[in-house]
Write a protein that binds this ligand. Structure first.
Ligand SMILES: O=C(O)CCC(=O)C(=O)O
Ligand SMILES: [Fe+2]
Length: 355
């Protein structure tokens, strides 16, 4: 597939027009909704305190002055190479047949405009191991770009994740390091390819399933928004990284941490390419997902399976990813914006969603 084909976007339909935001432009920028933390200049204690505060209030923290930048140019070149070379893309996907690595479902000629208008390269520890084991030459074929990306991932994993994990532990009195050994972390590279016209959602509204997520932006193209007290608030494009907490974080801390709802409805400037590197941090798959931290024994409304400690992270990941795959176009099924998130919330907190 050529890059030109990859960037073709179907014309606007009424379904899509309904999805357009009322106001989401670079001018509606930062309004002090989110805490901004200069992670490398504050003391560790201050970093923990500010991160904990953000996790408890909005569930979102913006990070500035990171000492390393994500290798955006390398990521863009890697996408360009995969768009242009179908056989390389197939070889890469063959290394992880269970789910694939490079996902471009929205570019299929008959793809629904309701699915996310983005392509992704998903790298997890098991995918990286698989690439090296099944087809060692494919990593080589992916070139220096691939090495740069893996180096960035390793840096963040060793230098930044321990700080955020500790801050999350501090809120709840848990030792999250014991269940967060990095075995279930994930790096996702995302290409929000340029659209000259408004298209479908770029990443439909959702809360992440994991403990927390760090989105590394390209510094120029915005679009990420969080729902704060019922209003969608844009994140400035210039922020280095955005940390947000997910369902596992909320469950393990018994609701002390907020799972933040977010989306990329439309990128801005719309005709520019938005590139992000996203690191998802989740507990090891065999971790029991029970609310042992935070509010202690008080029942925050979780379903019986969670309250009684019968749900593992692995089982929860399966439940939630089945719903996501529809939105991401890798499994057939109708996509109704926001419905998937409501279904998950109803499963987790049935008593609050019984009306
Ligand atoms: O790329 C972004 O800005 C957000 C991506 C995201 O929320 C996700 O992949 O879960
Ligand atoms: Fe997300």
């Amino acid at each position: 597939m050529s890059t030109a084909i990859a960037y073709q976007v179907s014309s606007t339909t009424s379904v899509v027009r309904d999805l357009l935001p009322t106001a989401c432009t670079a001018s509606s920028q930062h309004d002090k909704t989110f805490d901004v933390i200069e992670l490398t200049t504050v003391s560790s204690e201050e970093a923990y305190q500010k991160l904990s505060q953000a996790a408890r209030t909005t569930g979102v923290a913006l990070i500035s002055s990171l000492p390393v930048r994500p290798p955006i140019a390398a990521i863009q070149r890697l996408f360009a190479r995969l768009y242009a070379d179908c056989s390389l893309a197939s070889r890469l996907n063959a290394t992880y047949p269970k789910r694939g690595v490079f996902k471009n479902a929205c570019l299929a000629p008959d793809a629904s405009l309701r699915i996310d208008q983005k392509t992704t390269i998903d790298l997890s520890i098991s995918r990286l191991q698989s690439i090296r084991k099944v087809d060692p030459t494919v990593a080589e074929a992916l070139g220096e770009e691939f090495e740069d990306i893996v180096r960035f991932y390793t840096y963040i994993e060793t230098q930044v994740l321990p700080i955020v994990t500790r801050a999350t532990s501090n809120i709840s009195g848990l030792e999250l390091e014991l269940t967060h050994n990095g075995t279930n972390n994930h790096l996702r590279l995302i290409d929000y390819f340029p659209c000259t016209e408004p298209s479908g959602p770029r990443c439909g509204e959702h809360r992440d399933y994991n403990t927390y997520t760090i989105v590394f932006q390209d510094g120029a193209v915005g679009g990420l928004e969080f729902e704060i007290e019922g209003t969608w608030k844009p994140v400035p494009a210039s922020v280095d990284a955005v940390i947000s907490w997910g369902w596992c974080g909320a469950i393990l801390t018994n609701g002390s941490v907020k799972a933040a709802k977010h989306r990329v409805l439309r990128t801005w400037p719309m005709a520019d390419q938005r590139t992000t590197a996203v690191i998802f941090v989740a507990p090891d798959l065999d971790t029991i997902l029970e609310p042992t931290g935070g509010l202690g024994t008080e029942n925050a409304g979780w379903c019986r399976e969670i309250q009684e400690g019968h749900l593992t992270v692995g089982a929860f990941k399966e439940i939630i990813s089945r719903k996501w795959r529809r939105r991401e176009g890798t499994e057939p099924g109708e996509v109704v914006q926001g419905a998937q998130d409501r279904e998950i919330e109803a499963f987790l907190k049935p008593s609050q969603n019984s009306t």
